[in-house]
Design a binder for this molecule. Structure first.
Ligand code: ZN
Length: 306
C-alpha cells in the first residue's frame, strides 16, 4: 500500500474502525472470560463486541497490539503502513516525524510493539526439511555504566550472538543438470550464548520433522546430530561454505547492513525486536502490497497471548 492508497482507504478514524472490525470478525474473536474463540455480536453505537456466551464486552482494540494504547486507530494504521511500506524500514526519528508524534518515546514504543507482534506471528511457523544454520555477531550499544565494566578493546563483549537458520531447497536445472539452492523461510534469534546447548534449543524450537542440517564445523554444533536426521558440516572459509551456507550468510550480511543504515544505537534488550522485523519482511519478500493487510492480521491475531 502506498500513501495515495492509504489516504483513499483510510481518510478518517471511522474508516479504520470499519476495517478493523471486519478483519477481527474474519480472523475470529477470542473472549477473555471464556478463554476461547466465541461468536461475538457487534454494537455499532457504542463500538464494542459482546461474547454470545458470557456477554463479556470488549473494545475494538482489546486483545490486539493496540490494546491500552491512547493513540487513535488512524495513527496505528499509518504506523502499520509505514512499517510495511519499505524493505529498508524507517529510523525511529523519521517514523516519529512521519506520524506527527510529539514524543520520540511514543514512536519508539509503537515501533517495538509492532515488532514484538511480527515475532509472535512468525513464531507460529517452523522450518522443515533442509536447513542451513550459522551464527552472526551483531554489535550492540551498551549503556554507559555497563561500558565502564567492560574491558576496553575486547570487542566481543559488545557483540550479541544471533542464531540464523534458513530453509535451503535444492533444485536441479533440467537443461544444465546443475543444482542450485533456493531459500524458503528464515529464523533469527538472540542466542544469549552460542554454546552447544543454546544452539540445540534454537534448532529444536524452530524446526519440525526430519531435518537435514548444514552448518560449519564448529565443535559447539557436535550435539546437533542427536536432534536432526542428518548433519552435514563444512569447513568455513572455503568455497563450499559459501555455497552450502549461502542463504544464512547472505541474511546475516544484509541484516548487518540494514541495522547499520538506520539504527545506530541498538541495545541488547531490543535486538530481538529488530530481528523480528527483519525476518518478518524477509519471509514475506514476495507479498508486495499485501504486507499491510498481513501486518494488521499479525497485530490482531487472537491466539497471541499478550
Ligand atoms: Zn465469553
Amino acid at each position: 500500500m502506498n500513501i495515495i492508497d492509504f489516504i483513499n482507504y483510510f481518510p478518517d478514524e471511522e474508516s479504520c474502525e470499519i476495517y478493523l472490525k471486519v478483519h477481527r470478525e474474519k480472523v475470529g474473536i477470542r473472549c477473555k472470560s471464556c478463554s476461547a474463540m466465541t461468536k461475538h455480536y457487534w454494537f455499532s453505537g457504542s463500538k464494542f463486541f459482546e461474547c454470545s456466551k458470557c456477554r463479556r464486552r470488549s473494545s475494538l482494540k482489546s486483545g490486539t497490539v493496540m490494546e491500552k494504547s491512547k493513540l487513535s486507530l488512524h495513527t496505528w494504521f499509518l504506523a502499520f503502513m509505514l512499517m510495511s511500506a519499505t524493505k529498508k524500514g524507517f529510523s525511529c526519528l523519521e517514523f516519529q516525524r512521519q506520524l506527527g508524534l510529539s514524543r520520540y518515546e511514543t514512536a519508539f514504543r509503537l515501533m517495538h510493539k509492532i515488532r514484538v507482534y511480527m515475532g509472535k506471528r512468525d513464531a507460529l511457523y517452523t522450518l522443515t526439511d533442509m536447513i542451513e544454520f550459522d551464527e552472526g555477531y551483531i554489535g550492540v550499544a551498551t549503556p554507559q555504566r555497563e561500558k565502564d565494566h567492560l574491558k576496553r578493546g575486547k570487542g566481543s563483549q559488545r557483540k550479541a550472538e544471533v542464531g540464523v537458520s534458513a530453509e535451503s531447497i535444492p533444485l536441479e536445472d533440467l537443461d544444465t543438470g546443475k543444482t542450485s539452492r533456493f531459500c524458503g523461510y528464515f529464523k533469527m534469534e538472540v542466542l544469549g550464548k552460542a554454546d552447544g546447548d543454546h544452539v540445540k534449543q534454537f534448532i529444536k524450537r524452530n524446526t519440525e520433522g526430519d531435518i537435514v542440517l548444514f552448518s560449519d564445523k564448529n565443535t559447539a554444533y557436535s550435539q546437533l546430530e542427536d536432534i536432526v536426521e542428518t548433519h552435514f558440516t563444512v569447513v568455513s572459509g572455503k568455497d563450499s561454505t559459501n555455497d552450502t551456507l549461502r542463504w544464512v550468510h547472505k541474511a546475516i550480511s544484509n541484516l548487518k547492513r540494514k541495522l547499520l543504515g538506520i539504527n545506530h544505537m541498538i541495545t541488547y534488550k531490543y535486538l530481538q525486536n529488530y530481528l523480528n522485523e527483519f525476518v518478518y519482511k524477509l519471509n514475506r519478500r514476495y507479498f508486495g502490497d499485501r504486507l499491510f493487510d498481513q501486518l494488521i492480521i499479525a497485530g490482531i491475531y487472537p491466539y497471541v497471548q499478550t
